[in-house]
Design a protein around this ligand. Structure first.
Ligand code: GPW
Length: 804
């Protein structure tokens, strides 16, 4: 398609779809027409992909995830279809700017953080690698809340991403699937029948996922809840019209809002309803397709493989059992064999509070037949376990049912028992799963466990986010943009690490990215960014284990020392410390940390003497769109979680690929990043995971650490003095007392080593040649972290592994 053709289609779409001409078109009209023009291209490709089913006998991959943090769509679709230049030229010929139009696109924020963004990266790689796949999830009416700051405190506003419609969505109300809820179970010992009380419709809303320069377009199918005509027959029959309408509203709340807790699930009935709603609708879809193709249910595991993104969709396991047993009349053994060979489970955490458990008094009333099936699965499993010689202690700790503090289903155990493979998301994490969290399962079924280290898509996080670096790479490697599909080719940059022209160009790209970020922050937040300072970035959800507190304590020490004349300002390496973080709305300590960071920012940024040397930028509402501008501008990437707590991290990979150096602990994928880039190009500090375990065993007393570290005490005492809250000196008492007397994630224990390591960062940065060399080597050596590599690993280790 050439620019004239594109311009023609665009103006036609504007007229036919929006009923406007160029002169009367609003922003929304332009954006919508552009999206539809590009979407039409994808649909044509999609129809050729699906008209010619793959002749290679590979399994269809079904990815089940409660979250997809997609980011904006238009520029990615243009990139994938190689229409960016055409669109730019076409729009320019109409007096319009592609960048203006796309810069106002709203992102679907249907996820909380890393887990949801990983799902989006995986969808991109599946299509790019031409693997037939479907992503299944929930079309929330409201995604992750929009964060605002009022007096430095976080406030949550509803995310109205659908206010102007969603041009990328194709919804099919006529293909709705019915999902059942509640009721009771009838029948005798041999035939059980679920008599549900309520029904709700699941409407498929499809998003086309284009592969980069590939012939494949896959579907992301998100389910939206709608009331059936007879959502609650008893209420309708009672003639209470008002109540009947209220019941419809209840049905539709199921897909209303994303739960904003990241790694700390809340045991709410509505959340379990969401999980079952999308799991049941997705399985219905998969089975219908399988049967329509004339295949037997016994061949399901050869045709389809289902990946469970953490435990959120794990209720799909008893649901498939129910379908096979109750609806299709299979025997228990056959149903179990099929089920267990179809599912795979990815675990994304090590935190005990992140492991989902569903109390029986929530699960039972909502899904009575599923609870029976879970008990039956447990019965068979525990029998086998006893037969293998396990004692009662072991049986109890491996049971799918926990007894205390309340009887509840352990979803990670159900997932492990019901899956063909279980994987962690980084080497260290998978090892800790095998040796601690799921150790008993790993010794019982050693072959079931594997690792797939996470990855990120270089299309969004290099080509789109960092176009200048992308074109420098293309020019330097002389392979066109082949490297975008074969990221190991970045290794070729090592040959240029001493080339002065390349070094200068690389440095200029970084500086231009800072200028771009400065423009964004000025417009978006009214924040002024010093583009001549080192940009030190910590962006991720606010969580104690991630230790934003450690970062801010160190900033406060530096500030206090500068104010007290303990640091000669003439020797200081100027820094801007950039934060982006949302806290779960009910997470008190996290919200206090946000307030403290904002208070410190206000003080530092208002101090004319200090500001040139040390300042803080903390824009509200960090999201994928802001990440795309912030990450390419970063010099330093803060990955400072307590060792053994961050399963992998994926921001860490995006920074390294964009030429930031990491200061980090030996946690998650940091371990692999450091191995690849080399110890000289990575700032390591802190306890190792075994150190942490030992220190906890010995008894950890943060107050003693405070007494022994003058610098740490200076920071904490400065807070307590009211330096950042003059009208209320005790404002941050809850944070201070938590540090001194609890400090569950041992920020104080790692403080001194962190401060020492930050000095090493300053020295390295003071030598620009040395720093740029390290930055280049970070880019050159981190091609491993392409999500294409992750997906290939899933193919060989999980999805295409022969069944039993
Ligand atoms: F708790 N992750 C996340 F494991 O973003 F479910 N949300 C979550 O609820 C969980 C994990 C869960 C993250 C991990 O914290 C991060 O380390 C990892 O890189 C990411 O998932 C993708 O695997």
């Amino acid at each position: 398609m050439d620019a004239t053709h594109f311009a023609d289609r665009f103006t036609t779409t504007l007229r036919h779809l929006r009923g406007v001409d160029l002169h009367s078109a609003s922003d929304v009209d332009l954006r919508t027409a552009l999206a539809h023009t590009v979407r039409a291209e994808l649909i044509d490709t999609w129809q050729t992909t699906h008209g010619n089913p793959s002749t290679t006998p590979q399994r269809h991959v079904a990815y089940l995830s409660a979250e997809y943090l997609l980011g904006t769509q238009t520029r990615n679709a243009l990139l994938a279809t190689e229409l960016t230049d055409t669109a730019r030229e076409a729009l320019a010929s109409l007096g319009l700017s592609l960048d203006d139009i796309t810069s106002r696109e709203v992102e679907p924020g249907l996820g909380n953080g890393g887990l949801g963004r990983l799902a989006a990266c995986f969808m991109d790689s599946l299509a790019t690698l031409e693997i037939p796949a479907t992503g299944y999830g929930i079309r929330y009416d409201y995604g992750i809340f929009r964060q605002t700051f009022q007096d430095g405190n976080q406030h949550e506003q509803p995310d109205t991403w659908l206010a102007h419609g969603s041009p990328w969505e194709i919804s099919h109300p006529e293909r709705a699937v019915t999902v059942h809820l509640g009721g009771h179970v009838d029948g005798d010992n041999t035939t059980r029948r679920w008599v549900p009380e309520r029904h709700v419709l699941a409407i498929p809303c499809d998003y086309l996922v284009p592969g980069y320069k590939s012939h494949t377009v896959n579907l992301l199918r998100l389910w939206s809840a709608r009331a059936t005509d007879a959502f609650d027959l008893t209420i309708f029959n009672s003639g209470d019209y008002e109540k009947a309408v209220a019941a419809r509203t209840y049905a539709e709340t199921i897909s209303h809002v994303l739960y904003p807790e990241d790694s700390t699930p809340q045991g709410r009935t509505l959340r379990l309803t969401q999980q079952y709603f999308f799991a049941a609708a997705s399985l219905h879809d998969l089975l219908t397709r399988h049967l329509k193709a004339g295949r037997s249910l016994h061949t399901l595991p050869d045709a389809v493989t289902i990946q469970l993104n953490d435990t959120h969709p794990v209720i799909a396991i008893p649901e498939l059992m129910r379908l096979l047993l109750d609806e299709h009349g299979l025997s228990w053994d056959d149903a179990w064999h099929i089920t267990q060979q179809t599912f795979n489970y990815t675990c994304h955490t090590l935190l005990p509070e992140a492991l989902e458990v569903w109390p029986l008094d929530i699960l039972g009333p909502l899904l009575p037949r599923h609870l029976e099936i879970i008990f039956a699965i447990n019965h068979h499993f525990l029998d086998d376990l006893r037969r293998s010689g396990a004692d009662e202690l072991r049986v109890r700790s491996m049971s799918l049912i926990q007894e205390h503090p309340v009887r509840a289903v352990r979803m990670a155990h159900l997932a492990t028992v019901g899956s063909r493979t279980v994987n962690g998301v980084a080497e260290l994490h998978s090892e800790l799963l095998r040796t601690s969290v799921l150790a008993q399962f790993a010794s019982y079924w050693p072959d079931r466990f594997t690792n797939v280290t996470n990855g990120v898509t270089p299309r969004r996080f290099l080509a789109l986010a960092n176009p200048e670096l992308a074109s420098l790479i293309s020019d330097t490697l002389n392979v066109g943009d082949r490297w975008l599909k074969d990221l190991d080719l970045l290794r070729g940059l090592e040959d240029h690490v001493d080339d002065p022209a390349f070094i200068a160009a690389f440095r200029e790209v970084k500086h231009n990215n800072k200028e771009r970020l400065a423009r964004t922050l000025a417009n978006r937040d009214g924040i002024e960014l010093n583009t001549n300072a080192m940009l030190d970035v910590m962006v991720k959800r606010l969580h104690e284990y991630k230790r934003q507190s450690l970062r801010i304590l160190h900033v406060i020490t530096q500030y206090a020392k500068m104010k007290n004349g303990l640091i000669d300002l003439a020797t200081v390496t100027p820094r801007t410390v950039f934060f982006g973080a949302k806290a779960a709305p009910g997470y008190r300590l996290a919200k206090e940390t946000i307030s403290l960071i904002n208070a410190v920012a206000t003080t530092l940024n208002a101090d004319d003497e200090i500001r040139p040397y040390l300042s803080i930028a903390f824009p509200a509402n960090y999201n994928v769109t802001l990440a795309e501008t912030a990450i390419p501008a970063a010099d330093l990437s803060e990955q400072i979680s307590l060792a053994g707590k961050e399963a992998s991290g994926t921001g860490n990979m995006k920074f390294a690929l964009n030429g930031a150096l990491t200061i980090g602990t030996l946690d998650g994928a940091n371990v692999e990043i450091r191995e690849l880039v080399g110890p000289d190009n990575f700032f390591l500090f802190g306890m190792t995971e075994p150190d942490v375990v030992q220190r906890q065993r010995d008894g950890y007393h943060p107050h003693t650490v405070y007494e022994q570290s003058a610098d740490l005490a200076l920071a904490i005492d400065t807070i307590s003095s009211g330096a950042f809250s003059p009208s209320e000196p005790g404002r941050y008492e809850s944070l201070v007392s938590d540090w001194l007397w609890n400090d569950r994630f041992m920020a104080l224990a790692d403080y001194e080593d962190y401060a020492r390591c930050q000095e090493a960062v300053d020295r390295h940065y003071a030598n620009p040649d040395q720093w740029t060399r390290s930055a280049i080597l970070n880019v050159a050596r981190t091609g491993f972290f392409s999500s294409d590599r992750s997906i290939r690993d899933y193919q060989t280790r999980v999805w295409q592994r022969p069944t039993k």
